[in-house]
Write a new protein. Structure first.
Length: 311
């Protein structure tokens, strides 16, 4: 018989999200359940569970400071030698971003599992309890950061939200060797004070939003570009202005899957953006590209280091 002392201990960090949400009389869902409330719903499991009440936010409202707070708490929990793993309950809108930050800071240690729900806790299709059950079991195996959701376990690198109305919500931007996370230098410094903006591009678009980010004091900019990382001549000119001010510009894409390559010219294509000094994110989509760029800048990395990390 297993004694309580030998039963695996898992910390469950609650941050809000749909998994903790119920609808009010107007039909609007918002976080209202604590981590302990969610654990109390589960059937008995051969685990010792400890709820950590950290945040109660929709993940669309999470700041980099909030994500840093989650990372810091995960680190504090992992420092406990009695702990087998950590589960983070998180909203799906920004789960891929927090997952990458945790990967960058805690990727080589004990299991760190993120999970949540697509449907509120009072929905007839509530998927939170199943996801939480699966995440807790996954926290007993392997190492590193994973998202356990909709019956699948996915690594953090290259993750993106695939659907807004399905229980199977996440996918990888690439598979096989292209999806393997690179070896990056340690990135221990916090990202809380780092402003990195995402600028969405559209066919024929000008540089108003990119220039506005520069004027607002962005330390870095990620372009949610077209196709394999293309823009317009006006964007190319704005990238030149950004680089003259020492602000790195990373090019990602609104296309969800596939590796990106700066192959097109024409005045505004990816090749022209690269000549102007932009750095192509070969795999990470805009949300994760923003997190990686913020972490690199916070740790004093230069343009060469940033280019290597995204390549």
């Amino acid at each position: 018989m297993t004694s309580p002392e030998n039963t695996p201990l898992v910390a469950v960090i609650a941050t809000g999200g749909t998994i903790a949400s119920r609808k009010d009389r107007d039909g609007a869902a918002s976080p209202s359940l604590s981590g302990q409330d969610l654990l109390d719903i589960l059937p008995p499991m051969p685990l010792r569970l400890r709820a950590v009440e950290l945040l109660a936010k929709d993940s669309s409202c999470l700041t980099l400071a909030d994500m840093q707070a989650i990372s810091d708490r995960v680190g504090a929990e992992l420092a406990n030698p009695a702990l087998s793993g950590v589960v983070v309950l998180h909203g799906t809108d920004a789960m891929e971003e927090t997952a990458l930050l945790l990967h960058l800071r805690h990727g080589a240690g004990k299991p760190v599992i993120l999970t949540g729900a697509q449907f509120s806790a009072d929905s007839p299709n509530a998927d939170g309890p199943r996801n939480l059950h699966d995440a807790l079991l996954s926290a007993l195996d392997g190492t590193g950061v994973r998202v356990v959701f909709g019956g699948r376990a996915l690594p953090a690198w290259g993750l993106y939200k695939l659907a807004s109305d399905r229980a199977d919500a996440f996918a990888q931007a690439a598979t096989g060797a292209a999806a393997i996370a690179p070896d990056l230098p340690p990135l221990p410094r916090p990202v809380a004070e780092m402003r990195v903006d995402i600028v969405a591009l559209h066919p024929g678009g000008d540089a108003v939003h990119l220039d506005a980010s520069l004027e607002a004091g962005a330390r870095g900019i990620v372009l949610a570009a077209l196709g394999s990382g293309n823009g317009t001549p006006e964007i190319v000119e704005a990238v030149t202005r950004a680089r003259a001010r020492g602000v790195p510009v990373v090019v990602s894409s609104r296309v969800p899957e596939g590796r990106l390559a700066p192959a097109y010219g024409g005045g505004g294509g990816g090749h022209d953006l690269a000549l102007a000094g932009a750095i192509h994110s070969r795999l990470l989509r805009p949300g994760q590209a923003r997190i990686l760029l913020a972490a690199l800048l916070a740790n004093g990395c230069d343009a060469k280091d940033i280019s290597a990390a995204f390549a």
